[in-house]
Design a protein around this ligand. Structure first.
Ligand code: IMP
Length: 427
């Protein structure tokens, strides 16, 4: 498929990094279109483990072009660190294989600071953000007071705009939050060199991606977070501040949606969520702890323990439907080995009424109860299995059930962190 979008169909952390890394082998251009360094994609190559926050995982494949699109909130210090870290490990990163949108917005230190202060202000209503300044940066973008990457390339312009921005932020920090203001001189000094260091990578990436598509190149759009964290369609206000679904591609990559050829969702064989907010199938008990321990469910960015629960077909069906997914991929099926019985959320009781559709319009999930189907588990370790027919019958039946319940074909099953630990689902 000339253009392909891969997105998370749960609350993030679906194991997209590994799948995208695999797909990147067949892609010419890999594009991040939303989010920022709140994301953490883990890729395991042989003995090496890479955690990428901003740079698309295609960077680990020679011959690909990796694009950070205009919809990404870029912390330039994190980006430079990531470039340096990859280079130290022998990964080639040049202006040829890394492209950065000149119109992407910049996350400054004051955004990170305000992220933390706002969380404190919200008290019990806190979102549980990653503290990376994501919300405050996107808020400034919408308020038209933000700075873009192109502003960093001209120190005079940056000085003027940063001075104005920080004056307002310092008033907020001092007068609302009662904290010491940030030093303009320190902020200016911190970012003075940044523009120069990034200059070579910066360009009109929307045009570059459209040109590549027109030239017949394979384009892979890589979603971060998950659809249930989407600003419009997720569990607002416990969401991130960008369009995490396929909808984000159009604005965040500058790519016409009518040219998107294939859409694939990714969801775990169970479910996790990090941070606060609704999680209907959560297991706040020993089983949840067991899933967290076996699945190593700790945030790649913050190290926070993830909340864990059973697969929720209602939520995944909603995500796949909303994004028009042609297919989806089940990850971490190996984690379920050894459970005597598994439960799959099939429908919700909403105020006592049974519904199959996710109640997206509700302000909260209070009064929502998940109805489960109980299915027998399997005991075999399946992490070494590479062919569908070699999976235990009960594991196949489990995947078949998920496919039935979501109404969308399962294209692949992942059974371990390694690049090759996948099983194609025959048709
Ligand atoms: P923010 O994106 O840092 O503002 O955080 C908003 C919400 O999204 C919080 O619940 C975070 O835990 C969650 N979140 C942000 N990025 C990720 C991610 O990459 N994986 C999972 N959850 C995320």
């Amino acid at each position: 498929m000339p253009s392909l979008c891969v997105f998370g169909a749960q609350w993030g952390d679906e194991g997209k990094g590994k799948i995208i890394d695999r797909m990147a082998a067949d892609a010419d251009v890999i594009v991040r279109y939303q989010g920022g360094a709140n994301a953490g994609h883990t890729v395991v190559v042989g003995e090496e483990r890479y955690v990428l926050h901003l740079i698309p995982s295609g960077i680990l494949h020679a011959g690909t072009v990796n694009v950070i699109g205009s919809g990404v909130a870029i912390d330039p210090l994190t980006l430079l660190e990531e470039i340096a870290g990859l280079r130290e490990r022998g990964v080639r990163v040049t202006h040829e294989n890394l492209r950065v949108a000149s119109n992407a917005h910049v996350i400054f230190q004051h955004h990170r600071r305000i992220d933390g202060l706002s969380e404190r202000w919200r008290g019990d209503g806190r979102i549980g953000t990653t503290g990376r300044g994501i919300g405050p940066c996107y808020a400034d973008k919408a308020a038209r007071t933000g700075l873009r990457i192109c502003d960093l390339l001209d120190t005079g312009r940056m000085r003027v705009r940063l001075t104005a921005a920080l004056a307002e932020k310092n008033a907020l920090i001092e007068r609302v939050h009662g904290e010491a203001p940030m030093s303009l001189d320190e902020e200016l000094a911190r970012y003075a060199e940044v523009g120069d260091q990034l200059r070579a990578f910066v360009g009109d990436t929307g045009a570059e991606v459209r040109d590549a598509y027109a030239a017949g190149k394979q384009i892979l759009f890589e979603g971060a977070q998950g659809l249930m964290l989407d600003l419009d369609h997720g569990t607002y206000p416990f969401v991130t501040s960008s369009s995490t679904g396929v909808g984000g591609v159009a604005s965040g990559a500058g790519f016409p949606p009518s040219r998107l050829d294939h859409v694939v969702g990714i969801a775990k064989a169970y479910c996790t969520r990090v941070g606060e907010g609704p999680f209907p199938s959560e297991l706040d008990n020993e089983t949840g702890e067991r899933l967290r321990a076996i699945g190593h469910e700790f945030g790649a960015t913050t190290g926070r323990p993830r909340r864990a629960g059973w697969f929720d077909a209602v939520a995944v069906r909603y995500a796949l439907e909303l994004c028009g997914a042609d297919g989806w991929i089940v990850t971490k099926l190996d984690v379920l080995s050894g459970f005597d019985t598994l439960f799959v959320g099939t429908e919700y009781a909403v105020d006592g009424e049974i519904v199959q559709r996710y109640p997206a319009g509700r302000p909260s999930v209070e009064g929502v109860e998940v109805r489960y189907r109980e299915v027998p588990g399997w005991t075999e370790d399946i992490s070494g299995v590479r062919r569908w027919e070699d999976l235990p019958e009960r594991a196949r039946a489990y995947v078949d059930l998920l496919e039935d319940l979501t109404g969308t074909p399962v294209e692949m099953v992942s059974v371990g962190p390694e690049r090759d630990a996948v099983i194609r689902r025959p048709r």
